[in-house]
Unconditional design. Structure first.
Length: 276
């Protein structure tokens, strides 16, 4: 009798396992399909290179779907580049990124807003509106995004940048200049504090980098510590004169060596551009 119960239990466990595996496969399949949709929304490297022949995108989601996203668009000879990191990765991050892309595209292309800090102001208030507590009764969504937005005017060799927790790195004459973003998360800047617009002249040979914090926060190395900004800046200084494909390959190899088997902790995105 005991034996029969035991067999019964084993059969039940097997059945459960099979059911779970089927469910798991369904979920994974639908995530993989969602990833294809998400990738279709993001501009390809080829498309990026239509605007900037010298550019690369290093993009490596933590899970199947990513909370990091980027965008490029042109209006009247001015090129806009956006890199953003939604708090939360995976499905919530990916959904957030779709909303962010939608608002940015509309603000630039339909509302003809060109000032980077104004675009961030609008993005902030639109996200606030989307997630206002009146609508979702089950509690407020505490998610927003960090972002860096460049407007490049090649004709007049001008750069305008606004950021929320994202800096912009500019390497010129072997010096790295950091243009800091404001410490105001988009979508959680309740009082609508204004974002700063940094305006700079561009020179030939300038190299620009926009990136999320995934690379610098990655654990690894001999002591399993974070990669850190100092090491990241040193890497960029070392490679900034190389071809775009080489820069990207080195950043990737570097990361893989650093991780040496550690799990990736966050979505990773680095965009490099030689604007002129």
């Amino acid at each position: 009798h005991l034996l029969k119960d035991k067999e019964q239990a084993i059969l039940m466990a097997e059945k459960h396992k099979t059911e779970l595996e089927a469910k798991d496969k369904d979920i994974t399949d639908s995530l993989v399909y969602a990833k294809r949709i998400q990738e279709a929304l993001l501009p390809s490297e080829e498309y990026f290179r239509k605007h900037f022949r010298d550019s690369f995108i290093f993009y490596r989601p933590k899970d199947i779907l990513s909370g990091d996203f980027y965008w490029i668009g042109e209006r009247g000879g001015k090129v806009f580049i956006v890199a953003a990191d939604c708090t939360g990765h995976g499905v919530p991050g990916a959904l957030m990124s779709v909303i962010g892309l939608e608002i940015i595209e509309k603000t630039i292309n339909e509302d003809n807003i060109e000032n980077p800090s104004l675009i961030l102001d609008i993005l902030n208030s639109e996200l606030e509106k989307t997630f206002s507590s009146g609508k979702n009764m089950g509690g407020v969504i505490r998610d927003g995004m960090d972002i860096g937005l460049c407007m490049i005017d090649k004709q007049n060799k001008k750069l305008e940048f606004a950021g929320a927790f994202f800096p912009l790195y500019l390497i010129r004459d072997y010096r790295l200049i950091e243009i800091k973003g404001d410490k105001l998360i988009i979508g959680m800047n309740k009082h609508g504090e204004k974002y700063t617009c940094h305006v700079m002249d561009l020179k030939e040979e300038d190299m620009l980098y926009l990136f999320s914090d995934g690379y610098v926060d990655q654990f690894g190395g001999a002591e399993n510590r974070k990669f850190m900004y100092r090491r990241f800046r040193y890497t960029l200084m070392t490679i900034h004169k190389f071809s775009m494909n080489d820069q990207k390959a080195i950043l990737e190899d570097n990361l893989i060596n650093w991780m040496s088997g550690s799990a990736q902790v966050d979505d990773i995105m680095i965009i490099g551009i030689r604007p002129l």
